[in-house]
Design a protein around this ligand. Structure first.
Ligand SMILES: N[C@@H](CCC(=O)N[C@@H](CS)C(=O)NCC(=O)O)C(=O)O
Length: 235
């Protein structure tokens, strides 16, 4: 069986996993999960018991979750193509550290802002949460800007899966209208460079259900029902 990535729409952080699958070139299929309706439904629970995307169903029917684990899994299988690194190497440590920051510091900075749009709140509570979120997003942008200084990509001269994950989170700044990205010139340049990347365009077209052109080995969508069939067979 070909791996299946369960990706969430709209605006899912699974965007980075789609870009990673395209870049690394392994065959895969996609299963579209609407948020919050399907992701939090009983039907999806066998895939992800805590109602989140992304999840990745492996060829043997096992399912793994958590972006960091999925990205590391993809990287580990493409060491020969330069996407993954020897676990004892400096590059391995740097990729892991960068992914960890993106998955905690950067991702979580937007948490309070998502809360304000996903929940009914008193105006004062909303204002306080938004202010908290803005401060966190500014701080995370400043940290990334510092890390990027003089580099084209998050790890240096070469594009890595950290850049794939970064672009899926960084766009939340536009959704929530937080910082002026141009105030962070290196980060802004990276973001703009990634907008031209065919895999990033592909992931965007997938999310928006537009015509897609894979530069990897995307083999098409499967329905959740079909994917669940493979899960049960493997169980
Ligand atoms: N720690 C998880 C977080 C995953 C997560 O929060 N996913 C969000 C989308 S970015 C989700 O599925 N939310 C469910 C919802 O919005 O109802 C990861 O890094 O993969």
């Amino acid at each position: 069986m070909t791996p299946i990535l369960f990706y969430g729409v709209p605006e899912g952080c699974s965007f980075g996993s789609i870009v990673a699958l395209e870049w690394t070139g392994a065959p895969y299929r996609l299963c579209r999960i609407e948020m919050p309706s399907v992701v939090s439904s009983d039907v999806y629970r066998p895939v992800n018991p805590i109602g989140e995307t992304p999840s990745l169903m492996l060829p043997d029917g096992r399912v793994m979750s958590e972006s960091m684990a999925i990205l590391n899994h993809i990287a580990a299988r493409t060491v020969n193509k330069g996407w993954g690194f020897d676990p004892k190497s400096e590059k391995f440590d740097r990729l892991n550290q960068m992914l960890a920051f993106l998955n905690t510091g950067f991702f979580n900075a937007f948490g309070p802002l998502w809360h304000t749009v996903e929940h009914e709140l008193e105006p004062q509570a909303k204002q306080a949460l938004r202010a908290y979120g803005i401060a966190k997003v500014e701080k995370a942008h400043a940290h990334l800007e510092k890390l990027l200084a003089g580099r084209d990509w998050l790890l240096g001269d070469e594009k890595s899966l950290a850049d794939a994950y970064f672009v899926g989170i960084a766009r939340w700044n536009d959704f929530h209208q937080v910082v002026d990205r141009q105030q962070f010139p290196s980060l802004n340049a990276l973001y703009e460079r990634l907008q031209q990347d065919p895999a990033v365009r592909f992931a965007w077209a997938i999310e928006h259900q537009e015509e897609v052109q894979t530069t990897g080995q995307f083999l098409g969508h499967v329905s959740l029902e079909e994917a669940l069939g493979s899960l049960k067979q493997a169980a």
